[in-house]
Design a protein around this ligand. Structure first.
Ligand SMILES: Nc1ncnc2c1ncn2[C@@H]1O[C@H](COP(=O)(O)OP(=O)(O)OP(=O)(O)O)[C@@H](O)[C@H]1O
Ligand SMILES: [Mg+2]
Length: 147
């Protein structure tokens, strides 16, 4: 699913470089595939919109107790004050309104989808520059088959 989401966004943004950094044996998560793909694509669209053409966008997936997926860019970043607000409906940071068009809906929808599936989602800035928007989803366990 991650590969498909990255390829679909890469096709929409031919001038941009996208990288997928995920282990081959990433465990399955318990979630609705189509919703997860929509969330990843929302995050990738944001990364492409709010960073410069010559910068790289990385999707990083790691497994621990949960599976954590992060979209990392090298753009304007998300300030501490904005980190919670960006998930509000129609909120757009004044720092970006002239950089790219948008309605302020994508992250609101993403948060609702992830939380409805029992996951968590957050936004922060990277230490150097750029945004780090991630989500964690519960792993699919054999016991879940009982449901
Ligand atoms: N990768 C990012 N870098 C910097 N700011 C971001 C990033 N992703 C989101 N934001 C900030 O969060 C706001 C809300 O994002 P969201 O995706 O909900 O809306 P949008 O991109 O403005 O419009 P759309 O509804 O088309 O997605 C953005 O307007 C921007 O201020
Ligand atoms: Mg958006």
């Amino acid at each position: 699913m991650l590969r498909r989401a990255v390829d679909a966004e890469a096709a929409r943004w031919p001038a941009r470089r996208f990288e997928l950094d995920a282990p081959r044996n990433l465990p399955l998560v318990l979630g609705e595939e189509i919703y997860l793909e929509q969330v990843v694509r929302n995050l990738l669209t944001n990364a492409a919109k709010y960073s410069d053409l010559d910068s790289v966008i990385v999707v990083e997936a790691r497994a621990s107790d949960d599976v954590v997926v992060r979209v990392l860019d090298e753009g304007v970043g998300i300030s501490e004050a904005d980190a919670a607000r960006v998930f509000e409906l129609f909120y757009r940071s004044p720092a970006v309104t002239r950089k790219a068009a948008g309605a302020g809906i994508g992250l609101f929808v993403s948060r609702h989808l992830i939380e409805a599936m029992g996951g968590r989602i957050w936004a922060t800035s990277r230490p150097e520059r750029g945004a780090d928007v991630g989500f964690a989803m519960p792993r699919h366990r054999l016991d879940d088959e009982a449901f």
